[in-house]
Design a protein around this ligand. Structure first.
Ligand code: PHE
Length: 365
């Protein structure tokens, strides 16, 4: 028998097989139960011992050669298929992301990011505190003892239960308790902002039961009202991206600041919306109340574990939603929290458009 000839022909057919099913078909035709090489092996049984001794090794060698050829061809075809898939599924990571992402950044998040960017440039760190507070941090430590009338003004949501040290639980009515938490945790000097959700039982076109504030707190030696005014002026100029922001400091009252200062800004009406800028005393302009602030009351410093004879500071609190409305021209606060996708698509910001001072903190693409 010309086993070598059979082997050569089999290997040629295997090499010519163009895909894995073709290789499998050849395996069955050659080595399967009814395969041609299997049939040759069966002839060994009917041979004389001498013939078997000489033919046996040749047939086995033929089968091994064919088996190896099949395996090699299969490996080659599988490798080629993988190469092809890798080439087809190639992703060019240097290409820009699609410009039509489905989600947008909510204006409140956008404004908080803008504020964090602006205040980071002034050396402020970002601090946070719990939304479920206790009445000591939210009121008492901020110089509002139990009978204080200011407590009633806050329309507080109280929760059932109390803390381990028997303090009443509530939803924080402002971000000011973060002042206390930061003083107690980090001591002085301090320079922080604390953005977050606050809650009051109040609801109309300009009030929602949940809204957002950002607290600012600076504690150091020799801090005075001039630092407060410069900081707020610098922040508002950066935020509204204009130099003609004029502030009016008006005496006010907060239990946790002394003196307390209400900050007004000049604005005018343009195309049916308020535009911040210019003096409120200029023709066509008025003043509007923008935020509360003041020098930190000595009792508050003491509650925060600091010596008021050594440290001074100022604090301010501002409504983030209101800042967003003023800057981006929305008129109804309630729409902020409706979750309407059309509103979000209209007023939202591109997810990859992170605010930076160099690019303009509020730049839209
Ligand atoms: N916490 C005050 C409010 O919610 C704002 C404020 C903060 C005033 C810090 C003075 C200093 O109205």
């Amino acid at each position: 028998m010309d086993y070598e000839g059979i082997g050569t022909e089999a290997r040629e057919r295997i090499t010519a097989a163009q895909d894995l099913p073709a290789v499998e078909a050849l395996r069955i035709a050659l080595l399967g139960k009814a395969g041609s090489i299997s049939a040759l092996l069966k002839t060994l049984g009917g041979m004389s011992p001498e013939a078997r001794a000489s033919e046996g090794p040749r047939i086995h060698a033929l089968r091994e050669g064919v088996t190896a050829a099949l395996t090699a061809r299969k490996d080659a075809l599988e490798g080629a298929a993988l190469e092809q898939r890798l080439a087809a599924e190639r992703i060019d990571l240097t290409l820009p992301a699609p410009l039509t992402p489905r989600g947008t950044v909510h204006p409140v998040s956008q404004v908080m990011d803008e504020l964090a960017e602006i205040f980071a440039d002034l050396g402020f760190a970002v601090a946070s505190g719990p939304e479920i507070e206790d009445d000591w941090h939210n009121f008492t430590a901020l110089n509002m003892p139990e009978s204080h009338p200011a407590r009633a003004m806050h329309d507080t949501f109280y929760l059932e239960g109390e803390t381990d040290d028997h303090r009443a639980l509530l939803l924080r009515t402002h971000t000011s308790p973060v002042q206390i938490r930061s003083m107690l945790a980090d001591g002085a000097p301090l320079r922080i902002i604390a953005p977050g959700r606050v809650y009051r039982s109040d609801s109309d076109a300009t009030h929602t039961p949940m809204f957002h504030q950002i607290e600012g707190l600076v504690i150091d030696k020799g801090i005075h009202l001039g630092h407060l005014k410069w900081t707020l002026e610098t922040f508002l100029k950066a935020f509204f991206e204009r130099d003609d922001i004029v502030l009016r400091l008006r005496p006010s009252y907060f239990p946790f600041t002394e003196p307390s200062v209400e900050i007004d800004t000049g604005y005018s009406w343009q195309d049916g919306r308020r535009v911040v800028g210019g003096s409120g005393d200029a023709p066509g302009h008025s003043w509007m109340e923008l935020l509360g602030s003041g020098m930190i009351n000595a009792r508050v410093l003491a509650a925060g574990g600091l010596d008021p004879d050594q440290w001074q500071g100022f604090a301010f609190g501002v409504g983030v939603d209101r800042l967003a409305m003023l800057k981006y021209g929305m008129s109804d606060l309630r729409a902020f929290f409706d979750g309407d996708a059309r509103w979000a698509a209209h007023y939202g910001f591109a997810a990859l458009d992170v605010p930076t001072l160099s690019a303009g903190v509020g730049a839209r693409p």
